[in-house]
Design a protein around this ligand. Sequence first.
Ligand code: DLL
Length: 448
Amino acid sequence: MPSKAREVKRSSQKYWDEKFETMPVAELEKFQLRKLKETVEWAYARVPFYRRKLDESGIAPKNIKTLEDIAKLPFTVKNDLRDNYPFGLCAVPLTEVVRVHASSGTTGKPITGPYTAEDLDQWTECMARNLWSAGVRPDDIAQNAYGHGLFTGGLGFHQGLTRLGCVVVPTSSGLTERQITLLKDFGTTALFCTPSYALTIAERAAELKVDIRKLPLRVGVFGAEPWSTAMRQEIEERMGIKAHEAYGLTEIGGPGVGFDCEAQDGIHLNEDHFLAEIVDPQTLEPLPLGEKGELVFTSIQRRAMPMLRYRTKDITRLRREKCRCGRTFVKMDKIFGRSDDMLIISGVNVFPSQVESLLLEIPEVEPQYRLVVRKKGYLDQLIVQVEGKREIYDAGPEKRLEVAAKVMAHIKGNMGIGVEVEIVEAKFINRSEGKALRVVDERPKQLR
Ligand code: DLL
């Protein structure tokens, strides 16, 4: 198998694509500007939606002369994708489309992500960078437990792993006991799934008296949902692995947009493919590097569905700094959360991942939780429902109240908000096989 042999030879290389991953920023910016101009022209010439939007804003492709000029372009939002469902934003005839992914989200019509053969190839390269950076190598036995199908996770990882030349085991998500059997029988060394599913697998394995720490498993690449650093450490501890990260979204091509490295300190963005900005979610003004706000992406190499200034609703900040891995790509902080999931409790902005970090600091509770929001009079009330460790239930109701009070005080002390805490029955929280549902909003719709 010549291609596998070729990849094996590359195992000692530090980067998958050294040229781009370590390109000096000035050179990268020149490349980005060229690709940005091409993309704006491509979208303007081929997608009536973009032509109309640019015309309405009085912007012509020739007005894009510097990278900063990107701020002149109008934003694109999820509803634009819904309104143009299924192929209204497609810049190529369907005869040139070789794949369509889709994401349903929680409400409304799905959105689609079409790819040309060239788009698929580039996506695969982006995924290969992600996996390589996590230390996945051609001799890994790679169990891919992201959902396979319309969701971009399964096939995106499949392509990247195949390009590396790994032994790919496409389990898809679910059937947790079988996942554990295969981890054992195949001697899986690398696991891919959402962080919440990794936790589900770890928990089930413990119940089955399988010690994952003693299996050959050594690395995982997790993503597709917000997770705190504390959760990463928890997974590393329970599985005895290094837990790395993948970031991406269907609208701009799925996972492979960003990835972490050996430093595990922020997520490098594949800047030769995606231009990132942070904007103030209220005023939509661009914010300088280092400030927290909404992440906006422009794809600069995609052909089938180019995206101009797509508002992700993900909240984070960008950092341009020397990373110890040697990559020059800008870094983004772990996503704090989606603006959709942000709660305002007693005037304080609350993201589920902040509460998650605090829960993980309390040894008496499990990292299984959900946040329920209710109205109490005019005020929003936050109820943190969390499961306790087995010993807590054995110790009786008094103990549950004591732990609830402890959690409440910890949240108050760190976030300054009063919440109600319920130590719910064991297994009350639905175990996730994909993206975990963290927020249950029980407020009447008109009062949210
Ligand atoms: O979740 C793509 C993906 C698959 C990424 C596998 C990583 C691994 P969507 O289903 O369209 O695509 O959801 C995209 O998920 O806007 C974020 O809100 C969230 N998200 C994705 N990765 C992360 C991450 C895939 N690492 C939405 N941390 C995004 C936090 C993430 N949130």
